[in-house]
Design a protein around this ligand. Structure first.
Ligand SMILES: C[S@@+](CC[C@H](N)C(=O)[O-])C[C@H]1O[C@@H](n2cnc3c(N)ncnc32)[C@H](O)[C@@H]1O
Length: 389
């Protein structure tokens, strides 16, 4: 298997390189309106923004900045396939303008606009972005009522274009089964609050417009890509930055396309690409190791597992995980100035293939169990199963 990755150094308000309905998933994080580090980037796109800021009209600046982002959201709707999902990482902003402190609710402005475009909102994720800054508490200290709550979370808005994606051919269905994730990963990833993401280095070298990358942690796009697309799908990031979404797509065996307005970031992106094979394989090994630890732990408290994975042979919780395989990366090749191919192994990592018979119910165990479950209980569990199908 090979995936392709392309960076287009252009404004994403007009993604003419992409035909309608050609993208399966969007994972992105725009510049955040009313966060000072992005003022210049927005002001370059519309001079009225600079004027509103100079006039200290926060509400007008906020709206004008969002109107620039709106143009990208319109393009996203065009290029996403029916059933495709857009995941938008966004934080609100607090700012004091002319002695007036206010919260600028970026997440709700984007959410409302996307729904007006025709997207359906799905439950969103809130992730904890803890700050240890000594001056993190704002306002009147210990004296009520003028102290303000600190913003230590961001949102991942999740929106879908049209109805659920259909998988029709046998090949699509097979790829979908192979792209499944572990039951215990599902229990954490599909919770609406993520407390376990660690921040990432923000250093940028030689950049004329800003000194911080504003990159999100690798784990954020890696999870979202694994949750909302299948291998071989194409993931778009219209606000590419230093390419975290592309590197996560490489690790997850998806194709990717990114748009970035700031050409100065090219060198930093290229310098990161050389380490991606080792980095991704390490994250894959970590997932497999965590699964084996889960198996050991659960077997001690709950006994044997019902299912075995067909590739690794280790136990898994559900039938949906039996074809799961996480393809290791073999190599990355730079094709031209701004694109890469990544090659993958189609075999399971041999260190993780083993015999786990004593952890998995045998056919005779199953027969015994069936005998032990009373007909009344069996009827109830059948009814419950139907509820979830
Ligand atoms: C918050 S950063 C994204 C960081 C990225 N998620 C990462 O991990 O590196 C937003 C990026 O969008 C870029 N940008 C802003 N407006 C843009 C536009 N209209 N078209 C393309 N890129 C844009 C900025 O230069 C910046 O690099």
């Amino acid at each position: 298997m090979i995936t392709t990755h392309k960076i287009i150094f252009k404004d994403s308000k007009r993604m003419k390189e992409l035909i309608d309905e050609s993208i399966d998933l969007v994972v992105t994080s725009p510049p955040y309106p009313m966060i000072e580090m992005w003022d210049q980037i927005f002001a370059k796109q519309n001079e009225k923004i600079d004027r509103a800021l100079k006039k200290k009209d926060g509400a007008a600046a906020f709206e004008l900045m969002h109107q620039e982002l709106d143009k990208v959201w319109v393009e996203l709707y065009r290029v996403l396939r029916e059933g495709g999902i857009a995941c938008i990482n966004i934080g609100d902003a607090t700012r004091t303008i002319d002695s007036h402190f206010a919260l600028y609710t970026n997440h709700s402005r984007i959410h409302t606009y996307m729904q007006k475009l025709g997207f359906s909102a799905l439950p969103a994720i809130l992730w904890r972005k803890q700050t240890n800054a000594p001056n993190k508490f704002m306002g009147s200290g210990m004296m009520p009522p003028g102290a303000y709550v600190t913003l230590e979370h961001e949102y991942v808005l999740i929106l879908r274009k049209g109805n659920k994606k259909e998988f029709e051919t046998n090949e699509e269905k097979k790829l979908r089964r192979e792209s499944s994730f572990f039951w215990e990963e599902r229990n954490i990833w599909f919770s609406d609050v993520w407390m376990d993401l660690k921040g990432t280095s923000q250093n940028l070298f030689d950049n004329k417009t800003r000194d911080r990358s504003a990159a999100f942690p690798f784990e954020l796009p890696y999870r979202l890509i694994t949750m909302f697309s299948i291998k071989g799908d194409t993931v778009l990031d219209p606000f590419f930055g230093i390419g975290t979404t592309m590197f996560a797509a490489m690790a997850a065996a998806r194709n990717s396309i990114g748009y970035e307005i700031d050409r100065d970031l090219r060198e930093q992106i290229m310098s990161k690409s050389s380490g991606i094979v080792g980095f991704s394989n390490q994250r894959i090994v970590e997932r497999l190791e965590k699964h084996l630890a889960f198996v050991e732990d659960r077997s001690q408290t709950k006994g044997k597992f019902k299912y075995a994975n067909n590739h690794y042979l280790f136990p898994v919780m559900t039938k949906q995980e039996t074809d799961l395989i996480i393809n290791g990366l073999l190599s990355i090749e730079q094709i031209d100035m701004d694109s890469f191919d990544v090659a993958y192994s189609d075999k399971p990592q041999k260190e993780y293939v083993g015999i786990w018979d004593e952890y998995i119910l045998s056919d005779s165990d199953r027969k015994d169990m069936k005998k032990r479950i009373s007909p009344k209980k069996r009827k109830k569990s059948h009814e419950q199963k139907q509820l979830f199908e």
